[in-house]
Design a binder for this molecule. Structure first.
Ligand code: ADP
Ligand code: ASP
Ligand code: MG
Length: 839
């Protein structure tokens, strides 16, 4: 015989699934692949396609007294194997031996069926013994076919080398025990250049009886052999191109996943994707052994590699698995809240029945615990739980233990989900737009999956929805999907809103951010496909002319309603941008509740009471929603951001001082440089720095709000400071025109004051200060040479005095007013939301 002992080559394990061994042609193909392979090889064989089902059906028929049906199954078993043997092996002693083995197996099967019929029940132990002949026959057929083709091959019965526990019907293998037996038995064969052919799926229990590893168990035999024998790779040859993004029978645009991490594949398997046995990854997790799921039809294709690598970072979600035929078992009762040990006892009771729980759901209220089990096991679970909680049920601590059959669990799996907020929201918005009713939700503690239960009839649609929401149909095509878009809804469409729309439409938006909606007092305009730049320009022109959105084709609605409508459409990563100067706190909280992130340039909602501030910015409450407000202080300057960076790196901020009002800075520095006060104010208005009524700035209220926002970073809980008001008392109530006209009255007074300070080497500045204990906003004189004294124009300056920057504060300075820079600050916040979500 032609040996091919390339023993320096690394060992591989190949498993052929039932479909790859369905008939003569398939087995010829498998044998051809094996024969062409050079290097040491272990082959694991499944039963011929459909044989395990056939054997189980026959045994079940026997159990319920339908002996003729059992006899027919035995006859089919015999005929299929005989046909294959005849088709593969030429007449002669080898064929005679094989046919004799097949006859014996069929006869024994028939006899066992008769015995089972007498007993009237099918014990798992007997069932295992019965079905084991499917794998044993196919492995012997493959061996004979290899030998016929002059390839050295030897059949090794798995019960000699695969050690398992005694859990018949779903045994778990022992890795070390198996290693001890398999090595001495297999290595010598490999060393001699012989292919070892092993039946998959079966092993032996401590008492020596035959066990099976559960349906699909040959996958596990293969990985177990790889681990025990120190293989470098395992190939599972299947009738699919590899592991796909979903079951192709359900989701027609399912695509091949080129590579998965061991852990991801383990989750896909655990959640019932039939392509891999649920525990197949256990023997090789954490090793360097790679697993390849490959197409038996296109062996030249690489299939899916399962390894320790990470790839496809663009896809936080990679696969969707569905397991049907589940029941949700629920233990419920108001009395459970805060009671220790209910969960633990629930699972002890379930475990005692050896039920396999696939997903655990706990209501956040703690008033119920739910989990799924296969429907057929629900009754047993309920009975055992009712017994375990007999006392609690009688005292009313627990209301009831119930089972709801007809459920499916859909699992959404991917490594990139960990730490990527917003995934759950995307999953559930995809489901809600599909009208799918989610009965329960569980996020795996690994954050590598989100699973949810739906009624079985909605499972396929749910999987399709999620599949398309994450663009999984593009995963194998080499072309990564564009990062998901961010859809912006503008609250207010004044100068800043327009500048922002402009920047989004221009290069700064990078095409990934779109404006989908505008809201004003009167109503809203919404287009889920995005408002074109032209439309936005038009709208802005008309708004300038004083029109309301409802007069420009918008729908009348209260803002909260409008947001609810928008969020119910398929908006992607929706963000509300508040560029009003109103009290919008309630509205923004509603937006967070509707799944929007919030970016503010509007200071008012952050400058009210501590409680309303905290309820807005304490993001955890809004499950993964974020609130950003960099543009509220210093326009586009990174002030809030710097604060957070300092704190994150372990520094402690002691105080923040600065000049944070562009308008006041402009006016006061112009006056200090010799301009009349009235003229400086007029210029600030004309240049667009000031609010339309400059008294809003001159009153210092705006600066005081900024100071408060800074102080609250340091957890100052008090109210805003009473600011120094630069508007003379007598002019505060006048109409704007009259105010402007009479402003010259105060020019002289300002001139004197400026001169007095100048003689002392000082200039006037409007300065805010914030500490954890207090906050102020004052007109004050500072040395000309100080950083604030040296500021000119509308520049802002903020100085952080911290533990690290104690003697010399950390200073941030730059343009701090104007619609352009404010819009830039907002756009920065929008991009930072995108960045934190796409990781
Ligand atoms: P084997 O022949 O090795 O036992 P299986 O028949 O057990 O293979 O597994 C392949 C089958 O799994 C496919 O025919 C397919 O219908 C189903 N399947 C379910 N989910 C997936 C998935 N995510 N990727 C590929 N196949 C899947
Ligand atoms: N033949 C067994 C089954 O059908 C094991 C396997 O195919 O992996 O479940
Ligand atoms: Mg299988």
């Amino acid at each position: 015989m032609a040996a091919t002992p390339k023993n320096s080559a690394p060992l591989e394990v190949w498993k052929f699934g039932g479909a790859s061994l369905a008939d003569v042609a398939a087995i010829e193909r498998a044998v051809g692949l094996i024969a062409r392979h050079h290097g040491p090889l272990v082959v694991v064989a499944s039963a011929l396609g459909g044989v395990t089902d056939l054997l189980l059906e026959g045994a079940n028929a026997a159990t319920s007294g339908r002996q003729s049906e059992a006899a027919r199954a035995a006859a089919t078993f015999l005929r299929r194997h005989r046909d294959v043997a005849r088709g593969l092996i030429p007449a002669g002693p080898a064929r005679r031996r094989l046919l004799a083995t097949i006859d014996t197996a069929a006869r024994e099967f028939r006899e066992l069926c008769v015995a089972i019929g007498v007993l009237g029940h099918l014990a798992p132990r007997a069932s295992d013994l019965l079905v084991s002949r499917g794998e044993r026959m196919s492995a012997q057929i493959v061996t004979a076919a290899l030998l016929r083709g002059k390839r050295r091959a030897a059949y090794v019965d798995a019960t000699e080398i695969v050690v398992t526990d005694g859990q018949h019907g779903g045994a778990a293998p022992h890795i070390s025990g198996t290693t001890r037996l398999a090595r001495p038995r297999i290595k010598p064969l490999l060393d001699a250049g012989t292919v070892a052919v092993i039946p998959g799926f079966i092993g032996h229990a401590p008492d020596g009886s035959v066990t099976t590893l559960g349906r699909g168990g040959s996958d596990l035999t293969a990985t177990l052999m790889a681990r025990a024998l120190g293989a470098v790779r395992v190939s599972l040859w299947k009738d699919v191109p590899g592991i796909l993004t979903a079951d192709p029978r359900l989701v027609s645009d399912a695509r091949l996943i080129p590579q998965l991490h061991h852990r991801e594949a383990a989750e896909v398997a655990h959640y019932g994707a039939k392509v891999l046995h649920p525990r197949a990854l256990i023997p090789i997790a954490g090793t360097r052994i790679t697993l390849h799921v490959r197409s038996f039809i296109h062996p030249e294709q690489p299939g899916t590699e399962v390894s320790a690598k990470r790839s496809l970072a663009m896809y936080p979600v990679k696969a969707i698995a569905i397991v049907r035929g589940q029941a949700i078992v629920t233990v419920a009762g108001k009395g459970m809240v805060g009671v220790h040990g209910i969960a633990a006892r629930t699972f002890v009771a379930v475990d005692a029945e050896r039920l396999s729980v696939s997903t655990i759901f706990q209501a956040s209220s703690e008033s119920s615990i739910g989990f799924t089990v296969p429907e057929g096991e629900a009754e047993r679970a309920v009975t055992s739980l009712r017994a375990a909680f007999r006392d609690e049920l009688s005292t009313g601590l627990i209301d009831n233990v119930t089972a709801r059959p007809g459920m499916a669990v859909v699992a959404v799996v991917g490594d990139g989900m960990a730490g990527a907020p917003g995934i759950a929201a995307r999953v559930f918005s995809a489901l809600s737009t599909g009208g799918i009713n989610v009965v329960a939700i569980a996020q795996g503690s690994s954050e590598r999956n989100i699973s949810f239960a739906v009624t079985s009839d909605q499972a396929t649609e749910a999987a399709r929805r999620v599949h398309s929401a994450f663009q999984l149909a593009k995963i194998g095509g080499g072309r990564a999907p564009a990062a998901p878009r961010t859809d912006v809804v503008l609250l207010g469409f004044g100068r800043v809103g327009r500048a922002l729309a402009d920047q989004i439409g221009g290069a700064n938006g990078q095409g990934q951010v779109r404006v989908v909606g505008l809201l004003d007092r009167s109503g809203y305009i919404f287009d889920p496909k995005g408002l074109s730049r032209r439309r936005l320009t038009e709208l802005s022109r008309e708004k300038d002319a004083g029109e309301l959105l409802t007069e420009l084709g918008g729908r009348p609605a209260k803002a909260a309603e409008a947001l609810a409508v928008m969020s119910s459409h398929a908006v992607s990563r929706p963000v509300v941008v508040d560029v009003t100067s109103e009290e919008t706190g309630d509205l923004l909280r509603a937006a967070l509740g509707n799944g929007f992130d919030v970016v503010l340039a509007n200071k008012k909602p952050l400058a009210g009471s501590w409680d309303s501030y905290a309820s807005l910015v304490s993001t955890p409450r809004h499950d993964n929603r974020q609130v950003k407000y960099e543009a509220t202080v210093g326009a586009g300057l990174p002030i809030i951001d710097t604060y957070h960076k300092l704190v994150e790196t372990g520094d402690r901020v002691l105080r923040i001082d600065g000049s944070v009002s562009g308008t006041l800075m402009y006016v006061v520095s112009a006056v200090s440089a010799g301009k009349p006060f009235s003229q400086a104010v007029r210029e600030a208005v004309e240049l667009g720095y000031a609010e339309p009524d400059p008294r809003d700035d001159l009153s210092g209220r705006d600066a005081a709000r900024k100071a408060l926002i800074l102080a609250r970073l340091m957890l100052y809980r008090g109210a805003a400071p009473v600011p120094d008001d630069l508007v003379p008392r007598a002019l505060r109530k006048l109409p704007l025109d009259a105010f402007m006209a009479r402003l010259t009255q105060v020019d002289a007074e300002w001139k004197t004051r400026v001169a007095r300070e100048a003689s002392k080497g000082r200039v006037l500045r409007y300065v805010v200060s914030a500490t954890p204990r207090g906050v102020s906003a004052r007109l004050t004189a500072v040395p000309v040479s100080s950083p604030i004294g040296a500021l000119q124009g509308t520049r802002n300056l903020v100085a952080f005095t911290t533990r690290r920057y104690l003697k010399e504060p950390l200073v941030i300075s730059g343009p701090g007013a104007g619609a352009e820079v404010t819009a830039a600050g907002i756009l920065n916040d929008i991009h930072s939301l995108r960045g934190s979500q796409s990781s």
